[in-house]
Design a protein around this ligand. Structure first.
Ligand SMILES: Cc1ncc(COP(=O)(O)O)c(C=O)c1O
Length: 401
């Protein structure tokens, strides 16, 4: 059977398997992988999580093993509504929908909003799995540069204006305003206001992805975009980085009428998010254990960020530039024009057993060859310096610097 002859057009749009490639590297202990954005499993409070699951089984075992409501269990949605309210976006329960993680939240939104050929505005660069999802709905992209302070508001305005001139109404703007994936940069408050105002002026909704927001190492957190405009900003978040990705639980907060339509679509996606995962997430969150785990995670990732920045300072030359993240998992390195991080990657894995995220994976047009994403979250702190030293040796041998 020639399966390829049967494939839908959208499979062609999914051409690049960067996400799966990065996750696969986690199974190669011989490789120091700065590629995937994986949480450090040592931050998981294993004993406490075991106790949480035991309690869920003891108290709600039969219910937790069954199907749950499509919108999510009410007690978790109540907790989410309260968390959102505390974050500055007052929310009611019917404005919160539990999803099977953060990327499934975006997939669900695309399922409701996107027809083939629709345009979506994304950052240059952007989170690669988000690009993959949008591609799978046969979307077109319009790109707005992301600098050291996030997406540029003036460039967003001119892009929206240019699209308007072409009678193209983009379906939404996808953004990661805090500790952006892949650049690690955070949009300051003043810029958030401008982005929200511009999007609202052109009548284009924003999808705000806050996956790393709770992992702040220092400084004050700027407001979430959803707190600046609760009508036009759809907020998505995940328990993957603050609890664990294994439970596959995330959520969407949006106006209630939109949540209703998402719920309709979710019936054909997965019917409901993992019921046992929801009970566990709720118990972990409502007993305060999540705060304890986040505090430990912040300490661990801060130490790793510091080790990464110190190693870059020591082994990378002056003409390479990298971002200084105040939280999250990533720094973004820029080399001089002409460097091709994409073609060097297989060689780096083969020759020095070090992997990184090659720039083009994060650009919808496969540009950005002169960049690489380095994730410090997963590699043990003791291996960060050695990995960067090996990578620097490899890059210098290949005349990158
Ligand atoms: C910006 C961003 N959003 C969403 C996710 C995915 O979350 P989940 O694992 O819950 O699907 C990630 C994971 O890397 C991410 O970086």
């Amino acid at each position: 059977m020639s399966w390829k002859n049967l494939y839908a057009d959208r499979v062609g749009a999914m051409a690049h398997g960067d996400v799966a490639g990065m996750l696969k590297l986690s199974e190669r202990p011989d490789v120091i992988s700065f590629a995937g954005g994986l949480p450090d499993p040592n931050v998981f409070l294993l004993d406490e999580i075991r106790d949480v699951f035991d309690a869920v089984f003891a108290e709600n075992g039969k219910t937790a093993l069954g199907y749950g409501p499509t919108k999510g269990i009410t007690s978790l949605r109540e907790w989410l509504a309260d968390k959102m309210t505390r974050s500055g976006r007052p929310a009611k329960v019917d404005e919160c929908l539990v999803t099977t993680g953060g990327i499934a939240a975006l997939d669900l939104i695309c399922k409701v909003l996107m027809d083939p050929g629709d345009t979506v505005i994304v950052g240059k660069p952007s989170y690669l799995a988000a690009l993959h999802v949008i591609r799978s709905y046969q979307g077109r992209f319009a790109g707005v540069p992301v600098d050291e302070r996030g997406m540029q508001p003036e460039a967003l305005r001119s892009t929206l204006e240019a699209l308007k001139g072409l009678s193209v109404r983009p379906k939404f703007i996808y953004l990661v305003p805090s500790f952006q994936n892949p650049k690690g940069v955070t949009m300051p408050g003043s810029r958030r206001n401008r982005i929200v105002e511009t999007a609202s002026k052109y009548g284009v909704p924003i999808i705000e992805d806050a996956a790393y927001r709770d992992l702040r190492f220092e400084g004050e957190a700027p407001p979430i975009l959803a707190s600046l405009d609760s009508e036009n900003v759809i907020f998505i978040n995940t328990f993957s980085k603050i609890f664990n990705p294994g439970v596959r639980i995330g959520w969407i907060t949006a106006p209630a009428s939109f949540i209703e339509t998402l719920t309709l679509a979710k019936q054909g996606q997965d019917q409901c998010a993992s019921t046992i995962g929801q009970y566990a997430a709720l118990a972990f969150a409502s007993t305060g254990l999540i705060k304890k785990q986040i505090a430990g995670a912040v300490k661990t990732y801060r130490q790793k960020r510091d080790a990464m920045l110190a190693a870059l300072e020591k082994f990378f030359p002056q003409n390479a530039h990298w971002t200084i993240p105040e939280g999250g998992f990533y720094t973004w390195v820029t080399f001089s024009d002409g460097v091709d991080t994409d073609s060097l990657l297989p060689q780096a894995i083969d020759e020095v057993s070090v992997a990184y995220g090659a720039g083009p994976a994060f650009f919808y047009d496969r540009g950005g060859k002169e960049h690489m994403r380095l994730s410090y979250s997963y590699v043990p702190v003791s291996q960060i310096e050695a990995g960067i030293e090996r990578l620097a040796g490899f890059l210098s041998k290949n005349r990158v610097f």
